[in-house]
Design a protein around this ligand. Structure first.
Ligand code: AHG
Ligand code: MN
Ligand code: MN
Length: 338
């Protein structure tokens, strides 16, 4: 009789030994996230049947119309993180300020940042969406938690991950010792280890960017796209463009197949669109752990010191070779304008 695959909760507990001072808090937090992911997955899978498609009728702090599933996913993750008392506070895309959970004086050591539902524009059209999360050890020692607990460079992340609600539902996470992916078996409600020790392929041939905004991109980004397309004559094998419009799904594909995902600055948005704390940092941690790289064009994403909860940054993330080629072309154009 063959041995069955390990499930997420077993794996999390086995990995506790990697942390010499582990108290089980981080494991409990990751377990809470796994439970919330299953609940959101249930709602996503029946999204066309109930009254959960469409707009919620409210805007989030960035002025974006909230979808019903944005609100549902946010509430689900918050409630789940509150359950075990292992989370001191949450910073969410959907909430203007931090949510402090530790009011009763319980001494939890961790805070969580999250994009509860990534790819909102794809909800109503049955295209893959996701959840992104990141866990930091808090700096403050007293309750409630403070903004400083959240405004730490991505390098300080203790764990980060995403859930992709796709052709199957997967949870992919890292605690800084490689990246592992788990696929949900919906018939028994367990995440099984299906993608151990994920490494991004050394060579990639996919680029992912909203190319419709080409004319608004900086000259260096345009030059890199011309390279990808093979129009500048230096790329013997032009790349394939694949862009879904859900960062989680676009990056998951590129992580498995090799590729680069870019959300650059534009004329209208000099800091790009994606948020440092709960989109770029967690994805950068995962991709770096898988052997890839993430920069804002010059600086490693994980070294940026956040100043605001909802701050944005341009991002070039994926296969190291491709990211470095993009950086080289950006640098050439920077030089040209000095
Ligand atoms: P969110 O749904 O959490 O607001 O994130 C959407 C983001 C990201 O997932 C995606 O990469 C990007 O928006 C797509 O933006 P464009 O439509 O400008 O390409
Ligand atoms: Mn998002
Ligand atoms: Mn979102």
């Amino acid at each position: 009789m063959s041995v069955r695959q390990i499930v997420l909760d077993e794996f999390i507990i086995q990995k506790e030994k990697d942390f010499p001072y582990a108290t089980g808090e981080l494991s409990a937090l990751l377990r809470d996230i796994g439970v919330a992911a299953k609940i959101v997955n249930r709602e996503v899978n029946r999204a066309g049947l109930g009254d959960i498609l469409g707009q919620h009728g409210s805007d989030n702090v960035q002025g974006e119309a909230q979808q019903k599933l944005d609100v549902l996913a946010n509430n689900t993750f918050i409630n789940s993180l509150k359950t075990s008392g292992m989370c001191a506070g949450i910073a969410s895309e959907e909430d203007e300020d931090i949510i402090c959970i530790d009011e009763d004086g319980h001494k939890s050591h961790y805070v969580v940042t999250m994009d509860p539902l990534d790819g909102s524009s794809n909800i109503d059209v049955n295209v893959s969406i996701g959840t992104i999360f990141s866990i930091y050890r808090r700096l403050s020692t007293k309750c409630p938690c403070t903004h400083e607990d959240f405004l730490q460079p991505g390098r300080q992340q203790v764990a980060a991950g995403y859930v992709i609600y796709g052709s199957s539902t997967m949870l992919v996470y890292t605690t800084g010792k490689g990246v592992n992916g788990f696929t949900l078996d919906p018939t028994i409600g367990e995440f099984y280890l299906s993608h151990p020790d994920i490494k991004i392929p050394a060579k990639g041939s996919i680029y992912s960017i909203n190319q419709g905004s080409y004319t608004k991109f900086p000259k260096g980004v345009q030059a890199y796209l011309d390279y990808c397309l093979g129009i500048d004559g230096t790329n013997p094998k032009p790349y394939s463009l694949r862009y879904i419009g859900s960062m989680v799904a676009d990056l998951h594909r590129n992580l498995i197949k090799g590729g680069i995902f870019i959300y650059p600055s534009t004329d209208d948005a000099p800091k790009g669109k994606l948020r440092l704390l709960y989109e770029c940092n967690p994805m950068a941690f995962i991709v770096e752990q898988a052997g890839g790289k993430a920069t804002d064009g010059k600086r490693n994403i994980l070294d940026l010191k956040p100043e605001k909860l909802h701050e944005r940054t341009p991002i070039f993330i994926g296969n190291t070779e491709m990211v470095e080629k993009a950086e080289a072309l950006l640098a050439q154009y920077d030089q040209a304008t000095v």
